[in-house]
Design a protein around this ligand. Structure first.
Ligand code: CDP
Ligand code: MG
Length: 730
C-alpha cells in the first residue's frame, strides 16, 4: 500500500504492552453474544482502565459537588462509573443515578450492556429513556441512561431533579447543544441542592475550561462559612488509558472521492495486512450504504478471495438487530468491516478494531441566522476528532489509521477543535425550554459557550411570531406553555395547537408523528438532535426506484406530502397494520410501527394539555391551514414564468426547489389518491410551505404542501404584515 500512503509524523502514543493476552482480549465476547464465556464478568470489569481509579472516583464524588473525569474512549467510564456509584450506595433509598448521552443509539447500547453486566433485566434496576421511549420502572430503576435532551425535559416537571443523587453528564467533549444547556442549568440546580453530585465525563482534555465553568459557585459557599457537605470546587481526575501505538498514514494526493477511496483502502488492507477488524468513518446513511454496496459487489466479483469480509453498516437509522451485529465477536479467520458515522468516534466502543479509515468528514449542523436556514451538511472534522478516530485503532494492539486526506491538509487546514453545537444551531427549541424553566434572562444565562446574538434574536422573533412569547419575551398563557410541553419543534407544536381550533387534531398528530421519524429533520430536532432515527416511511435501497415511485403514486395527494402521509397511514391502518401490506407498497414497516407509537404518545400529551382530539373527516383545507399556522415562516412562491420549478422564500428571497422525494416534485400521471379533491397534476403549485430544507447542489424543500396565500395573513398577521405588505402576497 506504500505507493498511495505516506506515513505521518504525528507523534505516536507510547506503546503499552503490559497486557499480554492481546488476541485473547480481542476475542472476548461482548454484549450481544450469549453470556460472557470463560472470563467472569467481575474479571472483565476489573481489566478496564477505570477500575484502578474506582476508589479515587468514589472518594472525589463523595467530597466534591462536581467531579470531572477525563479518559480515553473504551476505558470504562460510561459502563463502570454508574455501577461503582450504585455499589457505593448512591442509589439507596429510592434515589436514582443518571447518566446522560448525546446520542440515542448510545443510550440503548450502553444501558443493555450495563444491565447484562449486572445480570438484571433491562428496564428494571438498569433502564433507559429516550424521547418517545421510556424503559424504566419507578421505584425499581437505580441506574438510568438517558439522552441529555430528555433530562432537560424532565426538569419541566421537577426543576431540581430531586430523584437523582448523581448525574453523570457523559461525552461532554461533544458539546452537543443539550449538553451545554444542561451544564448551565445543573450549575444552577447545584446551588439550590448542594447534595446533588455531578460527574462530567469527557474523552478529551477540555477539562480545565469545564472546571472553571463549574468553579464559579465556589464564592457563595465560602461566604456561607462552615457548611457541611461537599466542596464546591470541582475535582479533576484523569484515567490513563492503555491505548496502543497507532501508525498514521496520509493520502499522498488529495482524495476527490472519499467513498471510492474508502472502498479501495478496505480492500488493500484486506489483501495486504494481517488480521484485525476495520472501522471506516463516513458521514451518514447515504455514503455508508454506498460503500457497503460497493464492497459487497467487489466481494462477489472476487469470489473466494474476499469471502473473509463481514461488512456491517452502523448508523442510527438502522434496525436494532443490525446495530447489535457490530458488537458480536468476529469469527476466527474472518475480518469485520464496520462502516460508521461518527457515533463510533467516542460514544461506542467496538472491540477488535486494528485499522481505521478516516474520511475526514462528518455531518454537522450549520445555522445561518440571517437566512434562518439550518442545514445538516457534510463538513470537515477537527484535528481533535481526527485523533479520536485514529485512537479507535489502538485498542487491542498497535494499529494503523489511514486518513483519506493529506498530511498538509491535516496540519494546515483542519481546525484544532470543533465549534460547540450551540454556536451553529437554530435556538428556537432551546430558548423555549429555558423560558419554560423560568429562565427569563436568556442573554444573562450562564452558557458554557455563548450562542451568537443574531441567532438569539432570530429565535425570539420566531417565537414571538408563533404567539409563544409576548411583548416582554415571556411565555404566553396558555399557548406558550402548551407549546413548551410538547417535545417537538415549536413550529410542529404550534401546528398541533392550531389543529385543535380547526377540528383536525387527529390528522395533524399523525402528520407530526411521521415528520418526527424523518431524517434530515434538523429543524424538528433542535433539542434532541439524535432522535431523528429513521429516514422515511418509504423503503429505500431495495434498488427499484421506479417501483417505489409507482407505489408512492398510489398514495400521492395533489395537496402535497403531508396529505400523502395521511393516505399512507390510513392504508396501513386499514390493512390491520400488516407487514405484508407495507412490503407490497414499499412502505417501511418499522417506521410505521414507530409512527403509531409516537402518535399514541402525542395524543396523550395533547389530552393532558387540553387539546381536543377530533378528526376533520377528510377536510384537507383544515389540515393545510393548521400546517400553515405552524410553518407560515417557510412559505414560498413559484417564480413567475419559471419552468424550472424555482421558488423563492417569502421571508428572505432564497432560491429553493422541491426535493425529488416530494410527491409534488414530479407531477403524478394518474389520479388514484383516495383523498383528492381538486386535482391539478402537472402544474407546480404557486404557493407552498415546506417543512425543512436540505442543501446539496441547491436548496431543496422536503415535505411540501400547497397553500392559499391568504391564509398567511390570516394565521400570522403580525409576521406578514410587518415584514411583507399584504399586497405582496397577491
Ligand atoms: O465510556 P468509555 O468510552 O470510557 O468506555 P465504556 O463505554 O464504558 O466501555 C467499556 C468496555 O465495555 C469497552 O471495552 C467495551 O468493549 C465494552 N462494551 C461492550 O462490549 N459493549 C457495549 N455495548 C458497551 C461497552
Ligand atoms: Mg463512554
Amino acid at each position: 500500500m506504500s505507493q498511495f500512503w505516506k506515513p505521518g509524523t504525528e507523534k505516536p502514543r507510547l506503546l503499552d504492552d503490559e497486557e499480554g493476552g492481546l488476541l485473547f482480549f480481542s476475542s472476548l465476547p461482548s454484549s450481544s453474544s450469549s453470556g460472557f464465556g470463560y472470563l467472569s464478568i467481575e474479571r472483565l470489569r476489573q481489566r478496564l482502565p477505570v477500575y484502578k481509579y474506582r476508589t479515587a472516583i468514589l472518594y472525589l464524588v463523595e467530597n466534591h459537588a462536581t467531579t470531572i473525569v477525563v479518559g480515553e474512549t473504551g476505558s470504562g467510564k460510561t459502563t463502570q462509573i454508574p455501577q461503582y456509584l450504585k455499589e457505593a450506595g448512591w442509589a439507596d433509598g429510592g434515589r436514582v443515578i443518571a447518566c446522560t448521552q448525546p446520542r440515542r443509539l448510545a443510550v440503548q447500547a450502553v444501558a443493555s450492556r450495563v444491565a447484562e453486566e449486572m445480570g438484571v433485566k433491562l428496564g428494571e434496576e438498569v433502564g433507559y429513556t429516550i424521547r418517545f421511549e421510556d424503559v424504566t420502572k419507578n421505584g425499581v430503576t437505580m441506574i438510568k441512561f438517558l439522552t441529555d435532551g430528555v433530562l432537560l425535559r424532565e426538569m419541566m416537571d421537577d426543576p431540581l431533579l430531586t430523584k437523582y443523587s448523581v448525574i453523570m453528564v457523559d461525552e461532554a467533549h461533544e458539546r452537543s447543544i443539550s449538553t451545554d444547556i444542561l451544564m448551565g442549568l445543573l450549575r444552577k440546580i447545584q446551588r439550590r441542592r448542594p447534595g446533588l453530585r455531578l460527574i462530567i465525563s469527557s474523552a478529551t482534555i477540555e477539562a480545565k475550561s469545564m472546571a472553571s465553568f463549574f468553579n464559579s459557585s465556589k464564592k457563595r459557599r465560602e461566604t456561607e462559612g462552615e457548611v457541611q457537605g461537599p466542596r464546591m470546587e470541582p475535582a479533576i481526575l484523569s484515567v490513563e488509558g492503555r491505548g496502543f501505538n497507532v501508525q498514521i498514514h496520509y493520502a499522498e494526493e488529495p482524495v476527490s472521492n472519499y467513498v471510492q477511496a474508502a472502498v479501495s483502502t478496505v480492500l488493500s488492507i484486506h489483501d495486504q495486512e494481517p488480521t484485525g477488524d476495520i472501522l471506516v468513518f463516513l458521514t451518514g446513511q447515504d455514503d455508508i450504504d454506498a460503500v457497503v454496496q460497493m464492497l459487497n459487489e467487489e466481494v462477489q466479483n472476487r469470489g473466494r478471495n474476499s469471502s473473509g469480509l463481514i461488512i456491517l453498516p452502523l448508523y442510527s437509522g438502522l434496525p436494532r438487530a443490525d446495530q447489535e451485529l457490530v458488537f458480536t465477536p468476529t469469527p476466527r479467520g474472518k475480518r469485520k468491516v464496520v462502516i460508521s458515522t461518527n457515533v463510533a468516534e467516542t460514544s461506542l466502543t467496538l472491540e477488535g478494531i486494528v485499522y481505521v479509515i478516516d474520511s475526514g468528514f462528518s455531518k454537522q449542523r450549520f445555522y445561518n441566522p440571517i437566512s434562518d436556514i439550518e442545514n445538516l451538511v457534510v463538513a470537515p472534522i477537527s484535528k481533535a476528532s481526527a485523533r479520536q478516530r485514529a485512537g479507535r485503532a489502538g485498542r487491542i494492539r498497535p494499529g494503523k489509521c489511514y486518513r483519506l486526506y493529506t498530511e498538509e491538509y491535516f496540519v494546515n487546514e483542519m481546525a484544532t477543535e470543533g465549534i460547540p453545537e450551540i454556536q451553529r444551531s437554530n435556538l428556537v427549541s432551546c430558548i423555549i425550554q429555558l423560558k419554560a424553566l423560568g429562565i427569563d434572562n436568556i442573554l444573562g444565562f450562564n452558557w458554557p459557550a455563548s450562542p451568537s446574538p443574531e441567532a438569539m434574536v432570530r429565535a425570539l422573533e420566531v417565537l414571538y411570531s408563533l404567539g409563544v412569547l409576548d411583548d416582554d419575551a415571556k411565555l404566553t398563557s396558555p399557548a406558550g406553555f402548551q407549546v413548551a410541553e410538547i417535545p417537538l419543534d415549536p413550529m410542529i407544536s404550534k401546528m398541533i395547537l392550531s389543529s385543535s381550533q380547526l377540528g383536525c387534531s387527529e390528522e395533524i398528530i399523525t402528520i407530526a408523528a411521521v415528520l418526527s421519524i424523518q431524517k434530515y429533520n434538523v429543524a424538528l430536532d433542535t433539542v434532541n438532535k439524535y432522535s431523528a432515527i429513521l429516514q422515511s416511511i418509504w423503503v429505500s435501497g431495495r434498488g427499484a426506484q421506479k417501483e417505489l415511485d409507482e407505489a408512492k403514486l398510489r398514495f400521492a395527494a395533489a395537496e402535497g406530502d403531508h396529505v400523502t402521509f395521511l393516505n399512507v397511514y390510513k392504508g396501513f391502518f386499514q390493512s390491520g397494520k400488516s407487514s405484508q401490506w407495507c412490503h407490497k407498497n414499499f412502505v417501511n414497516y418499522h417506521a410505521m410501527k414507530k409512527v403509531v407509537e409516537i402518535r399514541e404518545q402525542l395524543r396523550r400529551i395533547a389530552q393532558r394539555i387540553g387539546i381536543a382530539l377530533k378528526s376533520c373527516e377528510g377536510d384537507m383545507l383544515a389540515v393545510r391551514k393548521a400546517i400553515t399556522a405552524g410553518f407560515f415562516a417557510n412559505a414560498c412562491h413559484l417564480e413567475a414564468h419559471s419552468h424550472s420549478g424555482k421558488y423563492k422564500t417569502i421571508r428572505s428571497s432564497q432560491e429553493v426547489y422541491i426535493h425529488p422525494s416530494s410527491v409534488l416534485f414530479r407531477a403524478p400521471k394518474c389520479t388514484l389518491a383516495p383523498l383528492l379533491t381538486v386535482v391539478t397534476f402537472g402544474v407546480n403549485p404557486k404557493w407552498v410551505i415546506y417543512h425543512s430544507l436540505v442543501s446539496t447542489d441547491r436548496q431543496y424543500m422536503r415535505n411540501v404542501i400547497s397553500i392559499d396565500p391568504s391564509w398567511l395573513t390570516e394565521v400570522a398577521p403580525h409576521f406578514y404584515q410587518h415584514q411583507h405588505p399584504a399586497s405582496m402576497l397577491h
